[in-house]
Design a binder for this molecule. Structure first.
Ligand SMILES: NC(=O)c1ccc[n+]([C@@H]2O[C@H](COP(=O)([O-])OP(=O)(O)OC[C@H]3O[C@@H](n4cnc5c(N)ncnc54)[C@H](OP(=O)(O)O)[C@@H]3O)[C@@H](O)[C@H]2O)c1
Length: 283
């Protein structure tokens, strides 16, 4: 491990010209196809996750769906299997590194490898910053940021070993780039850290042909934000801040994932693609 934080990049000197990666020959009709690609979706049966899993399957991907509920993961997988998609369900706790590594091993065993990782798992615990508890802070950071790293590392190793590149797509948030009046200290910090992690991994793993990006949703009514939706004043304030004047939909988030996972997104890396009706543009 290099012990030179902030110093010059480690590794061999840059005297030799880099070996160029082959430029892919893209067929226009398959720009958004994922036939034969094996995708792991963590949080893949959640509000945005379920639609994303279905969309990738419709476009030809084989899928492993995971979350803390094996029952929910297997239910979605068996429904997709009955429609002709190769699919498996698995349990994982993103807050537990061993559980993450076990998930990646089992997904590789089941599908024969991994080409795409979509990480939708996150929790949001809110409190005023002056009152934020240590357990709550750690729980959010452990899942949303550390879990995202351990998951990227385990899948990145598989992709590097395969020599075939890959796509890693995390879920960020508009909260990653601007504060909010609610008690988002841990959630906002975790998503801001995730943005930087995405850029770091994209830079390190470009030479392996692995793209690393995030989708940054605006407000999408799902279980994650149901407590906020119940607050009329909050939803009115949110709607007033969205130039498009409406909330987003899971399908709009899933479409961004498909772009980043498919041949169409093959030269996009290190980006946070905000799908937010103009919120970040106007912040
Ligand atoms: N909805 C929005 O307005 C919004 C806005 C900005 C960003 N986002 C981001 O978009 C992503 C998806 O959000 P969503 O609205 O679809 O949320 P959701 O409906 O709550 O789904 C989250 C998913 O993550 C799983 N999960 C939570 N903790 C986990 C853990 N420790 N280990 C493994 N899986 C875990 C959940 O399943 P289990 O609980 O059963 O494990 C669920 O499948 C999240 O990263 C979120 O931060 C959402």
């Amino acid at each position: 491990m290099s012990a030179a934080p902030g110093g010059p990049p480690s590794g061999p000197p840059l005297a030799a010209p880099p070996v160029p990666r082959p430029t892919p020959e893209l067929e226009l009709e398959s720009l958004f196809r994922l036939d034969g690609k094996r995708a792991l979706l963590v949080g893949g049966y959640g509000g945005i996750g379920e639609v994303t899993t279905r969309l990738l399957a419709v476009h030809g991907a084989e899928v492993a769906v995971a979350g803390r509920s094996l029952e929910k993961a297997e239910a979605l997988a068996s429904e997709l299997e009955s429609d002709g998609t190769r699919a498996v369900g698995a349990r994982v706790d993103l807050g537990d590194r061993e559980s993450v590594e076990e998930l990646v091993r089992r997904s590789v065993d089941a599908l024969g490898g991994l080409d795409v990782l979509v990480n939708l798992a996150a929790v949001d615990l809110e409190a005023k910053a002056e009152d934020f508890g240590e357990d709550e802070w750690r729980a959010v950071l452990d899942i949303n940021l550390s879990g995202a790293f351990w998951l990227s590392q385990a899948v990145g190793r598989v992709m590097i070993e395969s020599g075939s590149g890959g796509r890693i797509i995390h879920f960020s948030s508009t909260r990653s780039v601007a504060g909010g009046r609610r008690g988002f200290a841990a959630y906002a910090a975790s998503k801001g850290g995730l943005n930087t992690l995405v850029k770091q991994l994209a830079t390190e793993w470009g030479k392996h042909g692995i793209t690393v990006n995030a989708v940054g949703p605006g407000f999408v009514p799902t279980e994650l934000v149901e407590h906020a939706v119940a607050d009329d004043r909050f939803t009115t304030m949110m709607l007033n801040r969205i130039p498009f004047g409406r909330f987003g939909t899971p399908a709009e988030m899933a479409g961004a994932v498909l772009f980043l996972a498919a041949p169409a997104g093959g030269f996009v890396t290190g980006q946070i693609l905000f799908v937010d009706g103009g919120v970040t543009a106007s912040s």
